[in-house]
Design a protein around this ligand. Structure first.
Ligand SMILES: [Zn+2]
Length: 322
């Protein structure tokens, strides 16, 4: 089994060949498994955002330089420089309410995964205590907050528990969901630790660089521990599409990948989980990413999907459908 520099499993050819076929979900359907959704929708789009940065790092500013043509871009650049003087709240990546305004227009909801660690492989990110007002506004608008586990947390119960407690102190309520930074995950160990740290669900399981159904499921499920021959007490909401998986594709091709996956999930009455980082919504060099996200929302609305946060999906599968 191969791993990359971040310790992530590197898929081999056979795995990639099956990525667009949720064969296990198809089989379950043949056995009569047919989830229902809150308003009778045929399938779900589960929206999530990992908040890696709230202040544009130098690399993003440099990448944005060639885009400084229009007024909007100039304004972005000015804000990227000025927050250091004008106050941190004016940073263009403190854009949670903009994202919520966009999703509200589609009657959607989403979950924001925040970091609450000081240790990172690249650079210092942010102090979660600074964001208490933002967290409160997210909750007030009916959206939810999960833990974006630090780079070193995936195999450490101590780190998972202390990061969860720190986020909960700022949030003022219990955190249900988890997604690891860089999607770092060890099977089945991370699931077991997450259950022990009292998380209700995880949504890390997928590939950052490839879109599709990693274990051929397009439904939430209870992971099974083959060594101990029992299921682990946590729900996995598998990640199917991350923005990074589409980097480098031209717009038409990227949309084709997304649309194909949505159609497959619809056919299987499944849940398609999407990760769009918050900086995608306000980086001049990521305009296509924002366009793609709008297309996703449009298409989901037209297909009458249930467009929900991962907290809502968890709640539905835990208390509603099952
Ligand atoms: Zn991250």
């Amino acid at each position: 089994m191969r791993h990359d520099e971040h310790g992530r499993y590197v898929p081999d050819r056979d795995d990639l060949d099956c990525l667009t076929d949720p064969a296990v979900s198809r089989y379950l359907q043949q056995l009569g498994y047919s989830p229902e959704y809150p308003e009778g929708e045929g399938f779900a789009l589960c929206l999530t955002h990992d908040v890696d940065d709230i202040y544009p790092p130098l690399s993003h500013m440099l990448a944005s330089l060639p885009y400084q043509a229009g007024r909007e871009e100039l304004d972005w650049f000015r804000r990227s420089l000025l927050w250091r003087w004008k106050g941190r709240a004016s940073s263009p990546y403190r854009n949670f309410m903009d994202i919520i305004d966009l999703e509200d227009a589609y009657d959607a909801k989403s979950t924001f995964f925040f970091l609450s660690t000081e240790r990172d492989v690249r650079r210092f990110r942010y102090d979660i205590e600074e964001l208490e007002a933002d967290l409160g506004s997210i909750i007030d608008r009916g959206y939810s907050v999960g833990l974006h586990g630090g780079y070193y947390a995936y195999d450490s119960l101590k780190d998972l528990m202390s990061e969860k407690a720190r986020l909960e102190r700022s949030l003022g309520q219990r955190v249900l969901g988890y997604r690891g930074h860089y999607l770092r995950f060890e099977v089945p160990q991370t699931w077991k630790l997450l259950a022990e740290a009292d998380f209700s669900y995880d949504s890390t399981f997928g590939y950052g660089r490839h879109a599709g159904f990693r274990n051929q499921m397009c439904h939430p499920y209870l992971p099974y521990d083959l060594d101990e021959e029992r299921s682990i007490d946590i729900i996995e909401i598998p990640l199917n599409l991350a923005d990074m998986a589409l980097f480098g594709l031209e717009m038409g091709k990227a949309w084709e990948v997304m649309r194909t996956l949505i159609d497959i999930v619809e056919k299987n009455r499944g849940v398609m989980t999407v990760l769009w980082h918050n900086n995608m919504f306000s980086s001049p060099f990521r305009r296509d990413s924002l366009r793609l996200y709008r297309k996703l929302l449009d298409y989901g609305r037209r297909k009458e999907a249930w467009i929900a946060s991962s907290d809502e999906v968890w709640r539905w599968f835990e208390h509603g459908y099952r």
